[in-house]
Design a protein around this ligand. Sequence first.
Ligand code: AMP
Ligand code: MG
Length: 353
Amino acid sequence: MKILAIETSCDETSAAVVSSSPDNRILSNVIHSQIEIHKKYGGVIPEYAARNHLNNIDVVVTEALKIANVRIKDIDVVAATAGPGLMGGLLVGLTIAKTISIMIDKPFIAINHLEAHILTPRLIYTDLDFPYLVLLASGGNFLFAEVKKVGQYKILGETLDDAAGEAFDKVAKMLGLPYPGGPSIEKAASKGNKNRFNYTIPLLKQKGCNGSFSGLKTATKKHIATLRGEMNDQDVCDIAASFQNVVVKFIERQFKKALEMTSSNVKSVVIAGGVAANQNLRTTTQHFAKIHNLQFFAPPIALCSDNAAMIGWCAVERIKANLGYSDLNFPVKPRWQIDNTNAKGKPNSKISI
Ligand code: AMP
Ligand code: MG
């Protein structure tokens, strides 16, 4: 079975062809990044993002089919991100996907972007079994969940304010580092002293495994103010290192609490989303998994941030789990959170894997 998948929820226009075959799953994964457009504003401008998705989507889809060496009529299912994300971009991707589905008379499936991130490691690691504990940390989200099986997610904790990636982006902006902030901070941090600036780990006295990152932004602002407008390159690297250190320490601590909240048969610890590209976070979480006798999985860096292969893979997982397809009147859902109620759609009768 071959899925044509489309992702346009933020600033990446992406199309992929994903196969359900265990040996060769990603037939193509074309990503057209809009970073250069949004860079000068220090963040994504929704209106520009939507317009650029519209300008590029046909080229990206054509390229994905070409690389996969698949004709459009050989596609079995068309999938697209329906949310959460920016309304304009979602509308572009969803409309194109529905149109192609009508055109080739094949089923359409609307995908939850968060669910796709959470299941992505299984696209690569065939030995990652349920249940597992996952941290999804991206530009717009921060949550811990126990993944019981496809379509069954127990949310253990969520951010109370900003997402982790957003904090990286905002702190980078304060330090004059380029967008996206995560990779810039990581690079600067590698040359910095992580012990120079003091940060308090957030939510120290609170139960549970929620996230909170806005206090760390405020603390950064205060550190910068102590330099009285004379921030040199080393200061920037030291703040970046101290900030990254507290974020990773905080996440490690919340991971411990999240693990206590899971059912006892969790076998693996997983990180996903753009922030999972952070090497410091990967190493720390790997160590955390090891001392708890758990396996550790993280997608390859290229699949951490937004891409259509993960949308196609989520479609494969949902079809395999018999969770059905979507109606063509399925709306965009800019604030679609992970829920278990979207598990039911039309019966999966047409196609079997
Ligand atoms: P996503 O929303 O999943 O596309 O991920 C994008 C977010 O991940 C942005 O906020 C980036 O700043 C962040 N990010 C990307 N790479 C890294 C990194 N190496 N360290 C920390 N954050 C990162
Ligand atoms: Mg994302």
